[in-house]
Design a protein around this ligand. Sequence first.
Ligand SMILES: *Cc1c(COP(=O)(O)O)cnc(C)c1O
Length: 406
Amino acid sequence: MSSLRVRSAVSPLRRLPAPPVELPQALPGVAELVAALRPEEPLHCLRPHTLRATAETFVQAFPGDVLYAVKCNPDPAVLRALWAGGVRHFDCASPAEVSLVRTMFPEAEIHFMHPVKARGAIREAWARHGVRDFVLDSRAELDKIMQETAATGVAGGLGLVVRLALPKGGAVLDLSGKFGAEHAEAVALLRAARPVAARLGIAFHVGSQCLDPVAWRQAMALAGAAIAEAGAAVDIVDVGGGFPVVYPDVELPPLGAFMAEIEAAFEALELPGARLWAEPGRALVAGGASVVLQVQARRGDALYVNDGVYGSLADAGALGFRYPVHCLRPTGAAPSDVLRGFSFFGPTCDSADVMRGPFWLPEDIAEGDWIEIGQLGAYGACLRTAFNGFDRARVAEVCDPAFDAA
Ligand SMILES: *Cc1c(COP(=O)(O)O)cnc(C)c1O
């Protein structure tokens, strides 16, 4: 090939971050913005105050270090708000995420939590960005990390975290199919990593949107079994992400129930000197953004809207996620109080660009109306693709509280 072009999805610093100090006070409201902009492209509405408050709550509730899983929403405004809420650790999985976080927060603790990394990514994270902790789930990855960090090992402050595979549990999205060492392999890796690691950890992920606090207790017991069999002293037990958020018709145990299970299970392991880590993504940011769509056509109970599964509504497609919705109609007659269940068709020509819902909206909703969809701060904007040319969206910071119930 004579020329190579690079397109970057995580356009870091798309909007130059202000120093991470005070959040702006006088932000507009969503309804006000829609009335003024009458947006024909999806409009992402970030709620810095919600993000900050959610981070504060989680950081206070969790008995260890809270690593934000950056992939969930890498928008600089989101990262700034989380920092303001006390998040100092970041779970990164790519060189772009590492460099974004390092550029914004020179003091941040960055942890490279992808079990399969490019060699250059390890080198750059280690040498250029001061990343010291790396996750692994195979002997080959351990060798790779040792080679690319020049095997400085204990003296160099290398942290090695073994990712344990879990049996399929009660999470909506299982994450063990792809990553994680089975018990015997995890034992071998803990033994192999101990002599070369300044810090040794074990990590797992119960799966995303996991509604059952007991999943963490069970996972912790499996981690404990691996640690015991390895006979290796462990410095970190990383309970991963997966903490759920509220979506329509989802019953949610309180955050404290998850923390209580984790704390009790951790104490039962009797690992003096070990520290807990968590890697929440969804739970920190879902409530921190909504997206405003416009209805471009109505056909019966189907609404043709300007965002879909190739935009910020990926999980509403194949996974059938439902979100809180409401209609915004800045001018004309107020929308009807009578609700009706609608499905959405996204803007692309792909017939898979459909979101069944049902989404409960006024029965008289019509072309030109806007729909605000809540709880889209997690796995929303970051999943947008350029397919069919519908890659444009606007982002605004707003003062509204989280829109988590219709
Ligand atoms: C995606 C991911 C997370 C965040 O998961 P949530 O379900 O959003 O909390 C944490 N850790 C790892 C390794 C991940 O891949």
